[in-house]
Design a protein around this ligand. Sequence first.
Ligand code: ZN
Ligand code: ZN
Length: 387
Amino acid sequence: MPSSETSGPPQWLHDSDRLRDAVAALEPMSTTGRLAALRSSLADVCDVAVINKPANIRWLTGFTGSNGLVVVSPERLILATDERYGDQAASQLASAGIEAEVRISRGLYAVVSEHLISTKVGLEGHHITWDDQRTVQAMVEGGSVVPIGQVVEGLRRHKDPGELARLELACRIADASLAEVLSEFVDGRHRTERDVAVALERAMAERGAEDRSFPTIVASGPNSARPHAQPSNRTMSSGDLLVIDMGAKVDGYGSDMTRSFAVGGFTAETERMYRAVEESQAGGVQLVASGVGADAVHRATRSVLDEHGLVEYFIHGTGHGIGLEIHEGPFLSSTTDDTLRTGYVVTVEPGVYIPEVGGVRIEDSVLVTEDGNRRLTNHPKDPVLAV
Ligand code: ZN
Ligand code: ZN
């Protein structure tokens, strides 16, 4: 509906304070259930696990320091970090409801070494450095070292109510921020890609986002043919395709949404691209449900683009989980053997990218529910941008 027919001022004018208040009112999350889930996953794998990937440490304990490791055994929980994070560790563990022994030392592994001797020690082989692995190997003496795989990442796929509250707010902040910036765009402001990116990030911060969830992508004209283009000083003009991929971060949790636009209107070619991606994305979202293979969603988005003769220009996976990391499991691609489950939050984001012409991508963050799915990003897909 054209804005002149709506009654009253636009929604985004009112929602800034409301969103900021909602962020401030978030309750702390207890992570004790997550720790219990990890312990039960590790029962047959190792005696003691060393978790050193920061996003996994945060998910398990609430601790957000950049330097730390966690030792988990059936009976003990130890967090090692350095002097910079002593106070922070104590207060973050308390607000996550976690009782842990905190060890402060620059030698993170040395300070926990007594717990690694003569045991079967599980390591995050995909994250620990070769040097640190060697250090632990030297400490275990009569014990052994085994990889635990991405067991914590596997548990992180399912979002609990506290995580969903953060993701939903992050999505609403992105929705509202895009609405505000597009309304200014129509007035002729934000004419370069970089201007638009800065305006979006400012709008998200004004609504309570602590950060962007990844560097905002604003790509126009031929730049839009690059899926991960960086905003440039290019001035947008009529006839361009424009891809905006953005997300807000709320208490560590990031949203992810892409909208594509035809600046000043479509050409026959850009309209064909847009409609095909729109149909592909809608078909993919429709399929998202508990029990569905993540690869099936990818095959569905590809098959629509194939029918339109554009599948050769679809050069990435269909989507990914979101949470503490902007790209986390499950991955919706041809190589995955993941199955979607209730409580997962995934993106569905097919795109086509034709060199020198431009690109179109449409992306929503979608929650898998008991009876299907619910979109968490809801900005309208209104592609024609008047200039
Ligand atoms: Zn995205
Ligand atoms: Zn994405």
